[in-house]
Write a protein that binds this ligand. Structure first.
Ligand code: F6R
Length: 608
């Protein structure tokens, strides 16, 4: 899940390649590089680490070429060193690659017989070497790439530039996204529309198996069988303005802080505030009333949003829900009832496992719906119906505002389904929507605990392990809290169902183990508080997230109580998310980690 860009330009391209890469850094930031044609030589500048290292290198050793390719890397094969950084090149060709070439070892063995030996540990270099051998055997660049593509197994996007053809870029897409942008006398390539937004809004998305031959005369797109095909030129809505942090120290802080506003935005799409009813603005290719089952697949934080939604759809719409992490679902190949609804939740819309799960469901006669932030993404484009979450670009790698927007949209959909299935009376619907409409102000109030949370986080930053407990719809929030803490502070944390503690994990409890209990007052709060007492009796340090009623019932064994406002239990998971986000954020800040770009992660995971 790297980011790739290319420019066939009329002016020097190096700085613009870096500008486009900056907008793709969410896809990986282990190393970065660009290659341009300088006179008749391929010149590369590459640097370990974040993009600013590459930008610095380009100031010291500028490039002037008017054609070039660039890459920001999330390492899959080979350490994130400069020599493993893309572009990879021979004297004849340079290549950038996003994805995985699964059979690179077999191909390298074949190349070695002819003396073509790799200089790096990457899978990508095999592409440069194979194309070079084809060119040496007399193939044109087009023939060389066609032949190479035939031999590659895996999911990838590629861009190539040729030493002997200064006006030619070739790009290919198989399983990883790639867009072609059309400008004035210039043509661009990018992993997404955001990357190209500073240069053009006119884009064509390559489809799976497509490859494109790009010259100053135009773009010829061929499909997997080699046929010339037309892909529509669309106008992208991606903004040319790179979102900034405002007066926040990190994007994550800004994104946590703006949730009252982003939730309002999502709400305005999913509810009719005046009549306090659920609003369904998308034309549905299915009828909630007759749906036999809902299957949800997603990864990471998006999966936890789906776990909360399972409670909602089952309780308020009596719609049975199966939910799985997409990476497990895709290989389980479960039998699915014809005409069922499969829902895929993804902020980026590009997550490879979620996409593979979608394609499996599409092959099983399912209606395909997705809940997406990036509406121009592959998952959105392959869905029968797309439910937008409308929270704006999320830049912090750890997802925050997308999670609460996903929950808000899912809550709206669950109410709409409950009404359609005759489970909710108009009054019950009104009460649920009323609770949703109160979310922005409840979330604002929950954010006011930040100063207290900063203090708690200072203690938490000294812990080696942290346990999060919750019951019912608070269990996914406990898991989300633990995931956030792991991701950005690197402290080991687990989210556990509170009632399951006594079946094993209670053995971990001692005075060094902070236990965060997520338990606003609902019909399960007493049970959770009993489990909390079991922890207290064993010396565990308890931090309780609850409301006023829960705080009064908690007893005195609690080290800290973080109060959230008293809200309906329907929307309590959304409000209880705020303190777990803030706890993770301030713990990471206290530890001095790289909050927005934590080690080993990437914002969009386009490999399996
Ligand atoms: C966690 C996080 C990840 C993503 C997961 C799915 O903070 O961001 O767990 O939620 O990689 O990504 P999307 O939603 O883009 O499919």
């Amino acid at each position: 899940m790297c980011g790739i860009v290319g420019i066939l330009g009329s002016e020097p391209v190096a700085d613009r390649l870096v500008e486009a890469l900056r907008r793709l850094e969410y896809r990986g930031y282990d190393s970065a590089g660009v290659a341009t044609l300088e006179g008749m030589a391929i010149a590369r500048r590459r640097a370990e680490g974040k993009l600013h290292n590459l930008a610095k290198r380009l100031v010291e050793e500028p490039l002037e070429g008017t054609i070039g390719i660039g890459h920001t890397r999330w390492a899959t094969h080979g350490a994130p060193t400069e020599s493993n950084a893309h572009p990879h090149a021979t004297d004849a060709v340079a290549v950038v690659h996003n994805g995985i070439i699964e059979n690179f070892r077999a191909l390298l063995a074949d190349l070695a017989q002819d003396g073509y030996l790799p200089q790096t540990q990457t899978d990508t270099e095999v592409v440069a070497l194979w194309v070079t051998r084809e060119l040496a055997r007399g193939a044109t660049p087009e023939q060389a790439v066609a032949n190479t593509l035939e031999h590659l197994h895996g999911a990838f996007a590629l861009a190539l530039m040729f030493h002997d053809h200064p006006g030619l870029l070739i790009a290919a897409r198989r399983g990883a996204p790639l867009a072609v942008g059309y400008g004035e006398n210039e043509i661009y390539l990018g992993s997404d529309a955001m990357a190209l937004a500073p240069f053009t809004a006119r884009l064509s998305y390559l489809e799976d198996g497509d490859w494109a031959i790009i010259t100053h005369d135009g773009v010829i797109i061929r499909d997997a069988s080699g046929e010339v095909v037309k892909r529509p030129v669309e106008t992208s809505q991606a903004s040319a303005l790179l979102v900034d942090k405002g007066n926040h120290r990190h994007f994550m802080a800004k994104e946590i802080d703006e949730q009252p506003e982003t939730i309002s935005h999502t709400l305005s799409h999913y509810v009719d505030m005046a009549s306090e009813t659920a609003a369904l603005r998308e034309g549905l290719p299915f009828d909630f009333a007759s749906l036999p089952r809902l299957t949800i697949s997603a990864c990471g934080t998006a999966y936890y949003a789906g776990c909360v939604a399972k409670y909602w759809f089952e309780r308020y719409a009596r719609l049975p829900v199966d939910i799985d992490v997409a990476s497990e679902f895709r290989y389980r190949e479960p039998p699915l009832m014809p005409n069922g609804l499969s829902l895929f939740i993804s902020q980026s819309g590009e997550t490879a496992d979620t996409l593979a799960a979608l394609r499996y469901c599409a092959s099983q006669d399912q209606h395909i719906a997705s809940l997406i932030n990036t509406l121009e993404s592959t998952i959105a484009r392959e869905s029968d119906v797309v439910f937008p979450i409308l929270c704006g670009p999320e830049i912090g790698v750890a997802s925050t505002k997308a999670f609460t927007a996903q929950l808000t949209a899912l809550a709206g959909l669950a109410v709409a389904a409950g009404r359609a299935r005759g489970v909710l009376t108009p009054e019950a619907e009104r009460q649920l929507v009323h609770a949703l409409v109160g979310l922005p102000s409840a979330v604002s109030e929950a954010l006011r605990a930040e100063t207290q949370i900063m203090e708690i986080a200072r203690h938490l930053s000294r812990a080696k392990d942290v346990l999060y407990l919750g019951r019912g719809q608070m269990f996914p929030i406990a898991m989300e809290g633990a995931l956030k803490l792991k991701e950005i502070s690197y402290i080991h944390a687990e989210g556990y169902p509170a009632g399951e503690l006594k079946h094993g994990p209670i053995a971990l409890i001692d005075e060094d183990m902070p236990v965060i209990v997520v338990a606003p007052s609902d019909e399960l709060v007493d049970k959770t508080l009993s489990n909390m007492q079991e922890v207290a009796a064993r010396g565990g340090r308890i931090i309780l997230i609850t409301d006023e009623v829960g705080a009064n019932a908690a007893g005195k064994d609690v080290a800290e109580i973080i109060r959230i406002p008293q809200v309906s239990s329907f929307v309590a998971p959304i409000v209880a998310t705020i303190p777990v986000q803030l706890l993770a954020y301030h713990t990471a800040v206290a530890m001095g980690t790289d909050v927005d770009q934590p080690r080993n992660l990437a914002k969009s995971v386009t490999v399996e």
